[in-house]
Design a binder for this molecule. Structure first.
Ligand SMILES: *Cc1c(COP(=O)(O)O)cnc(C)c1O
Length: 419
């Protein structure tokens, strides 16, 4: 962004804040990032920045993996620098290779098909249903053929995918693998079992906007010994990020906290933006947006990032509790305003990373209707392969969700709840 444009924007925001202050309005605005990060997490990042000797301590990494596995009810867990790399490890573990076909939902992040495309695997896009935004079972049956090797089940917004068990059974019946994308729904359960434990292999993300936050990071799990060996083999061949890269991740973790979570963010975020000239750490690179493998792809998680993860794991359940409380507020909002609530399938407990609502196309484009809500309006997903508007054939519900699904934050609704 041009320097002048930034200054003008900050100045306008300053005037808006003065106006709000004069009218005794709530100043704090929640965010979609960093909401589970507190000052104790920032202190860890600070101490790691000063103490580089222990950055690659294998014991800490093993501890994070075993704590995550324990919390998740899984046999094992393997850490990476991103959920996308964890997915690449899953693909390796299943032995998927060039020319194989997989089915994935046509409503996802670009990094998901990328992980397959980087290996020359053919991706078939399946439509979604509009209750939990998961794979549509009827469309899956239509698009399935005998040369499909794997199906990717995605649990979105913290919900448990409506056809979870149907798809698992279908895959077993047809002898194909299942991969679960639990990036949004880390900790959500069905019949008391956390999502990710039914598929052959599964992955989770601890990127800045997810349930557990290490700025960047991902985990792959499996309850199959053979696949576990394979994931381990894949992980062992990866390198750690360079010191410079790690330093920039730790710094971004801190900066994001002040921009997004700190209760004075309305005052300091603008100053931080000016200071950094609005240039911040991006988890998805220009190459990835163009379906190309970036330089940093495929690295494993160093101990200093795992330390952040260990601290996040201590509070994940309490934050997920807050998310569920906030969802009750949005449930009432939906009822009052005549919007359809997301569906919670029987015997499931969601974690509501975000609260999704289908609104009109106009409401997604222009948010003036939401000013008094005093929350940001989330746009996941803004394209079939978010954030890329990649046209996909025969996925009408996915197309509709792209145009009409907005989402609300579920932590930091201080003016509405007591969290
Ligand atoms: C964030 C996300 C990923 C990838 O996770 P990273 O840690 O960012 O690589 C995959 N799938 C979905 C649905 C996501 O939201």
């Amino acid at each position: 962004m041009g320097q002048l444009k930034l200054v003008v924007r900050v100045f306008i925001n300053f005037l808006k804040n003065v106006y709000k202050l004069l009218r005794f309005k709530k100043m704090y605005m929640p965010s979609f990032g960093s909401m589970t990060v507190d000052y104790d997490d920032v202190k860890i990042a600070n101490s790691e920045l000063k103490n580089k000797e222990s950055w690659y301590d294998n014991e800490i990494i093993a501890e994070y993996e075993s704590e995550f596995a324990k919390w998740n009810g899984s046999e094992n867990a393997f850490s990476f620098m991103g959920g996308r790399e964890a997915l690449s490890a899953c693909i390796f573990a299943l032995g998927l290779k060039k020319g194989d076909k997989v089915i994935i939902p046509g409503y996802t992040c670009v990094v998901v098909p990328n992980a397959f495309w980087f290996e020359g695997i053919e991706v078939i896009f399946c439509d979604i249903e509009l209750e939990t935004y998961g794979i549509d079972y009827e469309d899956l049956k239509k698009k399935f053929s005998s040369d499909v090797k794997a199906i990717l089940i995605q649990h979105l917004y913290g919900l448990v995918s409506k056809n979870y068990e149907l798809v698992i059974d279908f895959a077993k019946e047809h002898n194909v693998f299942t991969i679960e994308d639990c990036a949004h729904s880390t900790g959500a359960t069905l019949n008391g079992i956390k999502v990710g434990n039914k598929g052959d292999v599964s992955f989770y993300s601890s990127e800045n906007s997810k349930i557990i936050n290490t700025c960047m990071g991902g985990i792959a799990i499996t309850n199959n010994d053979l696949f576990a060996e394979k994931i381990k083999e894949y992980q062992s061949k990866l390198v750690y990020p360079s010191n410079e890269r790690i330093e920039s991740v730790l710094k971004a973790f801190k900066i994001n906290y002040y921009l997004q979570k700190n209760k004075y963010n309305w005052l300091i975020a603008d100053l931080i933006k000016l200071y950094h000239k609005n240039q911040f750490f991006q988890s998805t690179t220009f190459e990835e947006l163009h379906f190309k493998k970036p330089l940093y792809y495929g690295q494993k998680m160093p101990a200093c990032i795992a330390k952040l993860g260990l601290n996040q794991l201590k509070k994940v359940d309490s934050y997920n509790g807050i998310r569920r409380e906030s969802a009750l507020y949005w449930d009432i909002w939906c009822d009052k305003n005549d919007f359809k609530k997301p569906v919670v399938i029987n015997n499931s407990i969601p974690v509501y990373l975000r609260y999704p609502v289908l609104v009109t196309e106009k409401m997604k484009e222009n948010h003036s209707w939401a000013i008094d809500l005093n929350v940001p309006i989330g746009m996941w997903f803004n394209g079939n392969l978010h954030p890329v508007s990649f046209p996909i054939k025969d996925c009408p519900n996915a197309d509709l969700a792209v145009i009409r699904c907005i989402n609300f934050p579920t932590i930091g609704l201080m003016n509405k709840l007591n969290n």
